[in-house]
Design a protein around this ligand. Structure first.
Ligand code: CS2
Length: 461
């Protein structure tokens, strides 16, 4: 039996069900980017919220393709979240997505709807970058906001939930730049009636596979075309900067703070930085999943020592807080009941390395401290591109073509290219010592192998 509203009326199995009447829910939030992460994170918080505040239902729009819509439409937007830990799984059915639509026009229609007072975004790092001269997100938001301004609809807040530093300011810059070109008449409306809070989101969510689908069905007794699998941990920290009325986030476990920057740097540099390090170096040590990489003694020592000696000093939290955060991260990475593929994290690395690994290197260098661990992590990325190109493997990255083109250059030339103005690592362009170390590490990975290079670096850390 397939999951649906009707099916749930007579369901008596083990899954936890929505604790509210879905028929009473009204749309209040537009979410753009209905991927697995959104469905394991924001949609779950909103599902908890709807019990008390049914006016905050979610309209979901996928910009990329109609897969999620097609899988969930026959299920009335219902899907299950499987939480895996220590070989166990618990399942919760989420009902907060009232509808899932596809394409920019659906988003524009929702933005102009006065009942919508909040837009949340998970469009990944590359969603904020222009393709050619165009950014689909910027265009959609501006077209929707122009229609909204014309309708005289109430103020609205746009909350980015992507892993980028200062993601609110980044979204605002994108919207303002697009409006300057396409709809300058709304610039005043933007200033007066739209705000762009930042947020930090965290929940490790591997892509769903067929085993997950079968496990969910065996456990719950229903069929779900697209469940999501995640870990017990979940965190959402939101900057208190709303132009409009907002949900009572705190009542469902999210934090609302005045200054988001410390949370954001800690998560991006420690969790995501370690993820990217494992994703590029792990496969060279024959690891396929995060849990394997985090249990490999050399790689685990590398991420841990790098975190403690090179990343902690760039963060503002006291060391005991950082130590306990790190301890919980290692436990999360080592959750063997989740199959979180390193290849999934390695995707789009050209957008991830510059925000996860480069800023702490620069801060260390400026403070006169070497950063061999972080440098090795970036070298791992460069070496992995060269290796993929040599082996004829596909590179999943918005800059794949450029990366392929430079992958056959000498190591020094390739690094010079990546550090040139406007290129992926251009913030390292004046850091010649870092560029030299990068070349040394890539050369060593290529001639001595990743393991011996990691061990060599560990002896310096
Ligand atoms: C990962 C993140 O794929 C990646 O780049 O580092 O998706 C990570 O799992 C999440 O940020 C965890 O909150």
């Amino acid at each position: 039996m397939r999951l649906s509203n009707k099916f749930l009326q007579s369901y008596r199995g083990t899954a936890t069900l929505p604790q509210y009447d879905r028929a009473t829910v009204a749309p209040g939030i537009l979410h753009i980017g209905v991927g697995a992460f959104h469905r394991a994170h924001q949609a779950v918080y909103i599902d908890s919220l709807l019990k008390k505040s049914p006016e905050w239902g979610l309209i979901g729009v996928s910009m990329q393709n109609a897969n999620t819509r097609d899988a969930l439409a026959p299920q009335d937007g219902l899907y299950s979240v499987g939480i895996r830990e220590a070989g166990d799984m618990s399942v919760r059915v989420i009902g907060s997505l009232m509808s899932i639509q596809q394409g920019g026009d659906a988003a524009i229609a929702a933005i102009s709807d006065p009942r919508i007072r909040l837009i949340t975004l998970t469009v990944t790092e590359k969603g904020y970058v222009n393709v050619g001269n165009i950014n689909a997100l910027g265009q959609t938001l501006v077209a929707g906001l122009a229609a909204r301004a014309q309708n005289g609809a109430p103020p609205i807040s746009i909350l980015s939930c992507d892993n980028l530093p200062d993601n609110g300011a980044r979204t605002k810059a994108l919207v303002v730049a697009t409006a300057q070109l396409q709809a300058p008449e709304i610039l005043r409306y933007l200033e007066q009636s739209v705000s762009f809070p930042s947020s930090m989101v965290d929940r490790i969510t591997p892509a769903t596979n067929d085993t997950d689908r079968i496990d969910i069905q065996t456990m719950t007794g229903f069929e779900d075309a697209w469940p999501v699998i995640t870990e017990p941990f979940s965190q959402w920290v939101i900057e208190d900067k709303f132009a409009a009325e907002r949900p009572d986030f705190q009542s469902v476990g999210a934090e609302v703070v005045d200054d988001l920057a410390p949370f954001e740097s800690m998560k991006l540099r420690l969790l995501n930085g370690a993820h990217t390090t494992m994703a590029t170096l792990g496969p060279m040590l024959d690891c396929k999943y995060v849990s394997e990489a985090a249990l490999d003694p050399d790689l685990a020592a590398l991420i841990e020592r790098t975190a403690k000696t090179e990343v902690f000093p760039t963060l503002t939290q006291p060391n005991d807080e950082l130590n306990s955060y790190w301890l919980s991260l290692m436990e999360r990475f080592r959750n063997t009941s989740m199959q979180h593929a390193l290849a999934q994290i390695a995707q789009d690395s050209s957008q991830k390395v510059p925000v996860r690994l480069v800023p702490p290197i620069i801060e260390n260098m400026n403070a006169g401290r070497p950063a061999p661990g972080l440098t090795l992590a970036i070298a791992g990325w460069i070496a992995s591109i060269r290796q993929a190109e040599r082996q004829g493997k596909q590179i999943f990255d918005p800059n794949a073509q450029i990366l392929k083109n430079i992958a056959n250059l000498s190591v020094t030339e390739m690094i010079a290219f990546l550090c040139a103005p406007g290129a992926q690592l251009d913030t390292l362009r004046e850091m010649e010592a870092v560029q030299r170390d990068l070349a040394k590490h890539v050369g060593s990975i290529e001639s001595n192998g990743a393991r011996s290079t990691i061990q060599q670096t560990l002896s310096e850390l």
